[in-house]
Write a protein that binds this ligand. Structure first.
Ligand SMILES: [Zn+2]
Ligand SMILES: [Zn+2]
Length: 379
C-alpha cells in the first residue's frame, strides 16, 4: 500500500512509500482510509519542530523504522479483530465490515489515575496515532477498536467524517461551558477556531466576535457564523509600547462589538502570547476563558494578572483533546444536522488527491487556507 512516512530528523523528509498493509490485531479494526486532514501537529512534524522531535525519535528508534504520519482520518472497516465485541461507550455498538468510522487519535491506557476517574482525555500514558505509532496518511491502518467511532454513512460524507477529530476539539472547547445566550469572543480563526464558531452558534450563542491577523480566515469566520470580525495587526517583538496599544485597540473594538452584552465566554485558540493577554483583558468580570492555543515558547507574560484574573473573578479552563466518549456523542449529534455539515464543509478550503501531499502541506503552512484534506481512496 501507499503511505507517507517521515524518514529522517530534518525539515521535509517525507517519503511516498510502498509498504505492507498492517495486520489487524485481536483488539483492533483494520480500515481502508478514505480521507485524512492535515493538522498543526503534522506541520510541526514536517518542519521538524522541537515540540515533536522526542516523541518521534524515541518511538521510531531514531528512524530505524520510519513513521507513517497523520492522525485525523476516517475509513471503511475491512476487518474486525477477533476479540472486538463492539465500539464506543462500553463497547456497546456493534461494528462490521463496511462501517464508516472516524478515529480518536489518542490511545489511552485505561489504568492510570486519570483514566480510573474517567478523565481519559488527560491519560498520563496516552499514545497518539501518527506520532507515537503509525498513522492514517496511508491506504490502510489498524487502530484499537476503542479509537473507532461509528458514523451514519448515509448522512455523513467522508470529508466531514475525516475532520471529526479536530472538530471534536472544538466541540470539547465550545461546550465546556454552555454557550447558549452567551456573548462569545474567539481569538484565532484557524480550523479549530472556525469549528468552535460553528459549535457555539449551533448551541445558541447570542453573539460571536472573531479576532485574527489573517483577513482570509476572518472571511471564513463570517461564513460560518461570526457576527463581527476584527483584524488584529501583528506587532513586532521588542516594541512593548506598540504591543500595549494594539491590545487596547482590539479590546476596545471587542467591547464595542459586544455591546449591549459583554464578553461572557472567550476562546483563546491562537496560542499567541499577546492574544492570551488580550483574552484575559477582554473577558468580562466573572466571565470564563477557554485556553486551547499552544504558545511556541514556555513563558507567557500576563500584564495585569491580579486585575484581570483574581479581581475579575475569571474562570480559566485549559482544553485538550476530546472527552472519551462524551465529546464524540455530541459530535455525532452535531454532524447529524445539515446546517452544521455545510459549515464544516465551508471550513475545508482545499482537497488534494493523496499523491499530491507536498502541495497540501504547502497550502496548509501558507495559512491562506482553512482545513486541508487528502482524499486517500475513492469509491
Ligand atoms: Zn490534529
Ligand atoms: Zn491512562
Amino acid at each position: 500500500m501507499k503511505a507517507i512516512r517521515k524518514v529522517a530528523p530534518r525539515p521535509g523528509a517525507l517519503e511516498w512509500a510502498d509498504i505492507d498493509v498492517p495486520a489487524c490485531g485481536a483488539a483492533e479494526v483494520l480500515l481502508r482510509v478514505r480521507a485524512a486532514s492535515l493538522c498543526g501537529t503534522d506541520a510541526h512534524i514536517y518542519n521538524w519542530d522541537g515540540s515533536v522531535r522526542e516523541m518521534i525519535l524515541s518511538t521510531t528508534d531514531h528512524f530505524r523504522r520510519p513513521r507513517v504520519i497523520g492522525h485525523e482520518f476516517c475509513g471503511e472497516v475491512v476487518e474486525v479483530g477477533r476479540d472486538v465485541r463492539g465500539v464506543g461507550d462500553g463497547a456497546s455498538e456493534p461494528i462490521r465490515a463496511g462501517d464508516l468510522v472516524s478515529a480518536e487519535s489518542h490511545i489511552v491506557c485505561g489504568t492510570c489515575y486519570q483514566c480510573r476517574r474517567g478523565q481519559y482525555h488527560v491519560c498520563t500514558r496516552e499514545r497518539i496515532i501518527g506520532v507515537h505509532r503509525d498513522g492514517g496518511f496511508a491506504e490502510y491502518i489498524a487502530i484499537p477498536a476503542s479509537c473507532a467511532w461509528l458514523n451514519d454513512p448515509a448522512a455523513v460524507p467522508v470529508e466531514v467524517a475525516c475532520v471529526e477529530e479536530p472538530f471534536g476539539n472544538a466541540v470539547h472547547a465550545a461546550t465546556e461551558y454552555d454557550p447558549r445566550g452567551q456573548c462569545v469572543v474567539l481569538f484565532g480563526a484557524g480550523p479549530i477556531g472556525l469549528f468552535s464558531i460553528i459549535v457555539a452558534g449551533a448551541f445558541g450563542a447570542e453573539r460571536i466576535i472573531a479576532v485574527d491577523t489573517i483577513a482570509f480566515r476572518l472571511g471564513l469566520a463570517s461564513r460560518v457564523g461570526a457576527h463581527s470580525t476584527l483584524l488584529s495587526i501583528p506587532v513586532l517583538a521588542g516594541d512593548p509600547g506598540a504591543r500595549d496599544r494594539e491590545r487596547e485597540r482590539i479590546v476596545g473594538l471587542i467591547r464595542d462589538a459586544a455591546a449591549p452584552y459583554e464578553p461572557d465566554l472567550v476562546f483563546e485558540m491562537s496560542g499567541h502570547p499577546d492574544a492570551i493577554d488580550a483574552a484575559l483583558r477582554a473577558v468580562r468580570r466573572g466571565g470564563k476563558v477557554i485556553l486551547f492555543g499552544l504558545p511556541k515558547q514556555q513563558a507567557i507574560t500576563l500584564e495585569r494578572y491580579a486585575e484581570d484574573v483574581i479581581f475579575g473573578g475569571v474562570t480559566l479552563k485549559g482544553i485538550i483533546g476530546r472527552k472519551i466518549y462524551g465529546t464524540w456523542a455530541r459530535t455525532r449529534e452535531l454532524v447529524s444536522r445539515p446546517d452544521v455539515r455545510s459549515k464544516i464543509c465551508a471550513v475545508i478550503t482545499h482537497t488534494f488527491p493523496f499523491v499530491r501531499y507536498e502541495e497540501a502541506f504547502a497550502k496548509m503552512i501558507g495559512r491562506d487556507s482553512g482545513k486541508v484534506v487528502l482524499r486517500i481512496s475513492e469509491d
